[in-house]
Design a protein around this ligand. Structure first.
Ligand code: ADP
Ligand code: ADP
Length: 240
């Protein structure tokens, strides 16, 4: 269970996230919706501590992770894999290596580390990465440079990379905002699969209510840093 208590982040005079209270049971798929600037991205980034909260607390299974540092923080970041709007693949490296980076992504300065350690991945790790790619129909792309893939393919590679981290949470920050509808659907299918089959808790920021309604167990709507709606998708439309 993940608990956010009074979670707040200020940037100067702007309060990006304003006293958010949220309890997310394990295995839930939560869609976070809201206009641009509502605080969705800052909220997710605070959970894995890419952003430091100004006040409030983050608890995982009752354990306070708000003030972790050093090794504890690295372990927490490994638990909280992130997927970004712009995929964040290393474009000039092959797809398989990009996926293997997931083994190291929770360490500091992983880009440099990864180059040093690329040759040191075991056959077992390579097999795991290939299996993850195969699951999303990307095995044939394993040896291509990331830059040769479409956006939808790249995002699924990013999901594979996240899985190699063996996380408990997958935090997806606008993962489909730069994709066409068909690719958006494939990426959302992949996120749902990770939620249902791997049992990961998924928090996904989305622009469109319809997508959240179709894929998520729960919809959290944000406005000006606050949660203004939090319920099952069914609660949005009156039963006929
Ligand atoms: P969303 O993801 O819903 O679009 P964000 O979390 O990106 O919202 O932004 C929330 C608010 O915080 C916005 O007003 C944004 O301009 C501000 N903000 C976000 N990150 C920073 C930053 N690093 N420095 C200053 N202001 C920021
Ligand atoms: P560089 O090696 O160029 O300094 P970083 O390693 O700092 O780059 O970050 C590269 C990208 O990965 C950034 O977009 C950042 O947001 C993201 N990133 C960095 N650390 C983490 C982390 N612990 N979890 C998820 N994403 C991260």
């Amino acid at each position: 269970m993940l608990e956010l208590k009074g979670l707040t982040r200020r940037f100067g005079a702007t309060t990006a996230v304003d006293g958010v209270e949220l309890v997310v049971p394990d295995g839930q798929m939560v869609g976070i919706i809201g206009r641009s600037g509502a605080g969705k991205s800052t909220l997710l980034r605070m959970i894995n501590r890419l952003e430091t909260p100004s006040s409030g607390r983050i608890l995982s299974g009752g354990r306070d992770v708000t003030a972790l540092s050093g090794r504890g923080l690295r372990e927490w970041r490994r638990d909280c894999a992130m997927v970004f709007q712009q995929f964040n693949l290393v474009q000039r490296l092959d797809v398989l290596t990009n996926v293997l980076i997931g083994r190291l992504a929770w360490q500091r300065g992983w880009r440099r580390l990864m180059v040093l350690l690329a040759a040191r991945f075991t056959a077992e790790e390579r097999a795991m990465a290939l299996a993850a790619l195969d699951r999303f129909g990307l095995a044939e792309t394993a040896l291509q440079r990331a830059e040769t893939l479409s956006g939808g393919q790249q995002q699924r590679v990013a999901i594979c990379r996240a899985l190699l981290q063996k996380p408990r949470f997958l935090l997806a920050d606008e993962p489909i905002a730069s994709l066409d509808p068909r690719n958006a659907q494939l990426v959302m299918d992949a996120l749902r699969d990770v939620n249902r089959r791997d049992g990961l808790t998924v928090l996904v920021n989305l622009h469109h209510l319809d997508t959240a309604r179709e894929y998520c167990d729960r919809i959290v709507a944000m406005q000006a840093g606050r949660v203004v709606f939090d319920d099952a998708p069914g609660a949005l439309t009156p039963e006929r």
